[in-house]
Design a protein around this ligand. Structure first.
Ligand code: R5P
Length: 296
């Protein structure tokens, strides 16, 4: 009811009148609109069962033509029916993905260094304006932070600035967390980075799976998805996804372990079965083998 009243009032107001209105009405009507938009976008990312399979194919932003993504469009097309969200760059979206695609998009909006620049790897800043993200009709944006490097402050302030902008338009920010070299991808450092990202305003946190992963999940007040990391044997990748879900992760944001698999379609089906159907790693691996036979 209140929303309807505001819609009617706003239709007739100029920006100056809007400012005046805010003086008399302490409730900021933007919150009414944007809160719904934020919730709507989050509901596209996280499905009704509270889980999500995000397919990450954004690697080109710092790795160039990554193995398996040389023709990104061809690789991704058969995988889309089994993914809930597609995570990629704006260039990949515009050049490889047809605009009538139904899958929600998580757009990578941070970057700036290449894999060749080892010292500064992940010293990232904003690479896409919020306007372009909106123009692309994205459901979420992804911003990387690196904790435990001398330049951590740059990445963290970059993310928080982007969160402020994204909040203005009701767009959730996925924080892609990484820890500095030598710190180890263990529960101590991954929980530090994840908790920081959540406290700084991220809607979802992406991190790596580790031993005692439940500690990372328990101390992070927003949903967590895991990255797949470098390609490992399918059976191991499925175990990792299963363990992450059992520890409380809401899903995966997985790339190389899907698109570099011997059979990417079979692999994403198997990952999906763990995330949405609670398959055990054994059942999922059986599914992978069965599906691999079918499409050979
Ligand atoms: C990393 O910076 C990128 O966001 C990747 O897309 C992400 O780490 C997930 O891909 P993968 O499962 O290949 O690690």
């Amino acid at each position: 009811m209140i929303t309807e009243v505001y819609i009617k009032i706003f239709a007739k107001l100029s920006p100056m009148n809007l400012n005046n209105l805010f003086m008399f009405y302490p409730i900021n009507p933007e919150v009414i609109y944007l809160d719904w938009g934020m919730k709507n976008r989050l509901s596209r990312i996280i499905k009704k069962d509270g889980r999500t399979v995000m397919l990450a194919v954004d690697h080109g932003y710092f790795m160039g033509p990554t193995t398996g993504l040389e023709n990104l469009g061809e690789t991704v097309k058969p995988l889309l029916p089994y993914a809930d969200v597609l995570m990629l760059t704006r260039g990949a979206l515009r050049n490889y993905i047809p605009p009538d695609v139904e899958i929600p998009i998580c757009l990578r909006v941070s970057g700036g260094t290449s894999i060749l620049n080892e010292t500064n790897l992940l010293h990232e800043g904003t690479i896409v304006s919020i306007e372009d993200a909106i123009r692309l009709n994205v459901s979420a944006v992804a911003f990387s932070i690196l904790v435990g490097q001398p330049f951590e402050r740059d990445t963290i302030l970059g993310m928080t600035e982007y969160i402020d902008e994204a909040n203005r338009y009701g767009i959730p920010v996925l924080a892609v967390t990484a820890v500095g070299r030598g710190l180890g991808k263990d529960a101590k450092y991954l929980s530090l980075a994840s908790r920081m990202a959540a406290e700084l305003g991220a809607s979802i946190v992406k991190t790596y799976y580790c031993e005692d992963f439940e500690k990372v999940v328990e101390t992070c007040p927003v949903p967590i998805v895991i990255a797949g990391g470098k390609k490992i044997p399918e059976e191991e990748a499925l175990k990792m996804a299963y363990n992450a879900i059992q520890s409380g992760a809401i899903g995966v944001d997985m790339g190389r372990n899907i698109f570099q698999s011997s059979n990417p379609v079979a692999m994403i089906k198997a990952v999906n079965s763990i995330v949405h159907k609670n398959y055990t790693p054994k059942e999922a691996y059986e599914l992978f083998k069965e599906e691999s036979k079918k499409v050979e």
